[in-house]
Design a protein around this ligand. Structure first.
Ligand code: SRM
Ligand code: SF4
Length: 571
């Protein structure tokens, strides 16, 4: 067979779908009216992602339904767009009500500071989006090949600088929204204004980006949103309590596929320093460079990290400088110490306080002895501040006045939910992705086995006398890395039912990836491997040495170089 190696590769199927979609409309309106199935076509399924919606099915029911010759139990997941994770009490109450009335009863806080509904039946999609809209909430660009939910430090009123960082994050999020009216037409029944200006995606163009694109803002010493895992990162530089600018990072990303060495997690490179008022212009240049040069032929090679890996960071920096007209100054020194959310009560400069509430895996539901949904609803009913979703799937009850504090404390106490001090740091720092039963890509359990895994690991940390050490444990049901497991000191990544790859040795502050310690272990096998390491950590660690640093120094062989790109580079 003749093949011409120089012939251009065909575009990925998604590129053809986007191009033919009339700016993300496809035939969604018609398909939503089809009541003969709970599903939609694959092509339209790719487009709904840009509207924040995923078609899923209940994987617990798959086999039984197949045996009965029935359609899969289809439903949709909806991800809210919530830059910086801020929701008012009124919005909380709307979301709480919708979960149960029009979706599964539980709400899920994500690793990128937003809410997800699961289990929305096709016929409930429009009413749900419309009721969210009345509460000034939407799901535009929460998923899809666009700039996704922008992450930002969750408690801006802790300082004037943080407030400014939050505002810059919001501004970039708005700036980089798609301009199509498709969402409004399809879900909110907005008619196109006849004779109006022709619709144009000036920044994205008609085929948007080659792949998803993520932005995170951080303010050292906290690296709570794992800035080096973001396609585009802004590290706030503060002098004399004033924000003076940002170090800009590019090309982070974590997703990979088991057994495919061409896919890998990668930490971002630092391009340099920019003044604070240049965020949008630099963001625009980064995004359009990726728009023009990202790989549109292979979705497994389409993230910005591969564009930079292939073409070099100096080339990329030159592109951004040329497009933005801004010359990067040398990066300012930054020092990260933690990724942990603040738990319990904390004071803010405006005289209010916030309460950092720990939620395992971000799940909000009522369980015996753990009535999280009821408690948060009761708080929302009286709260005059707001709620902040954190990058570690927790929530802070923010802007609490001295008068309100006793009332909120009483609600937490009544429901037994003020126990952050009694939890191990391992538990407080743990994260897991959703995985089964809703995630179509899950190879193994994640959220559902986290409590069991913690229950088995915590006694080892206690026995070794290190229960109060902050240790990051992150579990995912597949190598896509939704709970950022490659930046965890202990990372477990699903391969098959009860089979996980075990990774150790990341730096706690998110500046170094972990390395493969075992390619395939059961959960019990992982606990058995970890037990003696935890014991040794208790007795052999250097003063102040984190668990990840200890594993990197004393446990992992020096030649265990699973990740080739594992350090923070500065261009
Ligand atoms: Fe993710 C796909 C859940 C954060 C990398 N992710 C998915 C899907 C939508 C599965 C699918 O495509 O069918 C999952 C839906 C599960 C469900 O039932 O809800 C899913 N990802 C999540 C969430 C909800 C995990 C959580 O438990 O919180 C997070 C939602 C964040 C948000 O609010 O926007 C979530 N996903 C992440 C992160 C972490 C981050 O962004 O900080 C990553 C790794 C960082 C990165 O992007 O490199 C991540 N998700 C992926 C990937 C791999 C992308 C790649 O470049 O290879 C996929 C699969 C894909 O895109 O093809 C994926
Ligand atoms: Fe699903 Fe994999 Fe993401 Fe977990 S890591 S939510 S299993 S895609």
């Amino acid at each position: 067979m003749n093949s011409d190696a120089s012939a251009p590769k065909p575009l990925a199927a998604n590129e053809v779908i986007k191009a033919a979609s009339n700016l993300l409309r496809g035939t969604l309106v018609q398909e939503l009216q089809d009541t003969s199935t709970g599903a939609i076509s694959d092509d339209n399924g790719q487009l709904t992602k840009f509207h924040g919606l995923y078609l899923q099915d209940d994987r617990d029911l798959r086999n039984a339904l197949k045996k009965e010759g029935k359609e899969k139990a289809f439903s949709f997941m909806l991800r809210v767009r919530l830059p910086g994770g801020v929701a008012s009490p009124a919005q909380w109450l709307v979301l709480d009500t919708l979960a149960g009335e029009l979706a599964s009863p539980s709400l899920r806080l994500t690793t990128r500071q937003t809410f997800q509904f699961h289990g929305i039946l096709k016929g409930n999609l429009k009413p749900l989006v419309q009721r969210m809209h009345h509460a000034l909430l939407d799901s535009i660009a929460a998923c899809g090949d666009v700039n996704r939910n922008v992450m930002a430090p969750p408690n801006p009123e802790r300082s004037a600088a943080l407030q400014r960082v939050y505002e810059d994050a919001r501004s970039w999020s708005e700036f980089a929204l798609p301009k199509t009216r498709a969402y409004h037409e399809i879900w909110l029944d907005d008619a196109l204004v006849a004779g109006g200006e022709p619709e144009q995606e000036v920044m994205y163009g008609p085929t948007y980006l080659p792949r998803k694109f993520k932005t995170g803002f951080v303010l050292p010493p906290s690296n709570d949103s794992d800035v080096y895992s973001q396609d585009l990162g802004f590290i706030a530089i503060v002098e004399n309590d004033q924000l003076i600018g940002y170090n800009v990072t590019v090309g982070g990303g974590l997703g990979m596929s088991h057994g495919n060495a061409e896919t890998f997690p990668r930490l971002a490179d630092t391009l340099g320093f920019i003044p604070a008022d240049k965020v949008n212009v630099v963001g625009h240049a980064v995004l359009t460079t990726q728009r023009d040069y990202g790989d549109r032929t292979n979705r497994k090679h389409a993230r910005l990290k591969y564009t930079i890996e292939d073409r070099g960071v100096e080339w990329f920096k030159a592109q951004v400088e040329e497009r933005s007209g801004i010359h990067f100054a040398p990066a300012r020194p930054v020092h990260f110490t933690t990724i942990e959310d603040p738990h319990g009560w904390h004071a803010c400069v405006d005289g209010t306080e916030f309460y950092g509430l720990h939620l395992l895996s971000g799940r909000i539901r009522d369980e015996d002895g753990w009535p999280m949904k009821t408690a948060l609803r009761e708080i929302a009913e009286i709260h005059t501040g707001d709620f902040r979703l954190t990058p570690s799937q927790n929530v802070t009850i923010s802007g609490v006045t001295p008068e309100q504090k006793p009332r909120i404390q009483a609600i937490l106490a009544k429901h037994g939910l003020h126990k952050e001090n009694e939890r191990s740091r391992l538990r407080l720092n743990a994260m897991s992705c959703v995985a089964l039963p809703t995630c179509g890509l899950a190879l193994a359990e994640s959220e559902r086995i986290l409590p069991q895994l913690l229950g088995k690991l915590e006694p080892h940390f206690a026995q070794a006398g290190v229960a109060s050490e902050a240790v990051s444990l992150r579990v995912t049901g597949c190598p896509n890395g939704c709970a950022r497991p490659y930046l965890a000191e202990i990372g477990l990544v699903g391969r098959a039912p009860n089979k996980y790859a075990l990774y150790l040795g990341a730096k706690y502050n998110g500046e170094r990836l972990n390395r493969l310690a075992s390619p395939s272990v059961t959960l019990d096998g992982a606990v058995a491997m970890l037990a003696p390491i935890i014991q040794r950590y208790g007795t052999e660690r250097h003063p102040g040495e984190g668990f990840g640093d200890f594993c990197d120094r004393a446990i992992l062989p020096a030649d265990a170089t699973f990740h080739s790109v594992g350090t923070v580079a500065t261009a």
